[in-house]
Design a protein around this ligand. Sequence first.
Ligand code: ARG
Length: 266
Amino acid sequence: MTDKILMCRPDYYGIEYEINPWMNVKVQADHSLAVKQWKNLYDILKNDLNADIKLIEPKKDVPDLVFTANAAVMHENKAILSRFKHQQRQPEEKYFAGWFQQNGYEIITLMEDMNFEGAGDALYLGNSLYAGYVPRTGISSHLYISELLGIHVISLELISDTFYHLDTCFCPLKDDYLIYYPGAFDTYANKVIESNVPSEKRIIVNDEESSYFTCNAVNIGDAVVTNLTTKRFTKILEEKGFRHFQTDLSEFMKAGGAAKCLTLKI
Ligand code: ARG
């Protein structure tokens, strides 16, 4: 079965505000380079890995719409839409809602006061949905989603503003492997991860790799796509039977994002 992925061309992408420590309006993304980097990622996913890529129309004044991971968390044919914490990203909600509606998905809208940032903060591993909280997503959304969908949700506290979404430090892979960065989680969350994921399935990135957003990876079959990272990481992935694709996403790092943030499996 081919993976279906939602992406958004970076036509209006730029650093227009600062809502995470990676963003600095004085360090602008090089627009033509960003367009090239996005296209390279798109080509790897589409041509090398045979993904079926769907596109949402880019819109002016919502530069972060490119980060489709934050549209929603998917469950079967349902899209549980995000409720962005920052007012700068809230206008994206209606565009994502419209896209899901037009494309035959059932949309679920959370209460207005419930912050939740979609697959940026909620990722399936095994039979559970692992969900990050504090920086962007409120923990009350976890229980709500668990009851709504009848699924087991495991809450993980994120302790660093640098890794403000779960997908910046945690990436489930095929066969229940997990790439993650322990430094982004509190002690209890680390214990939860260690007791749920067997040690031979855990791929731990080091401080250097975490700073290249190595955990922000797209997994399709046995392929793992990341921003440029270390040889050490490639070696570990290959030892576990994965193929590693690297592509430079420097211009998206300036907004606090990399490969996985630019995609949403739908
Ligand atoms: N500038 C965006 C923000 O701060 C980046 C989002 C990255 N998305 C993600 N799923 N990690 O909201």
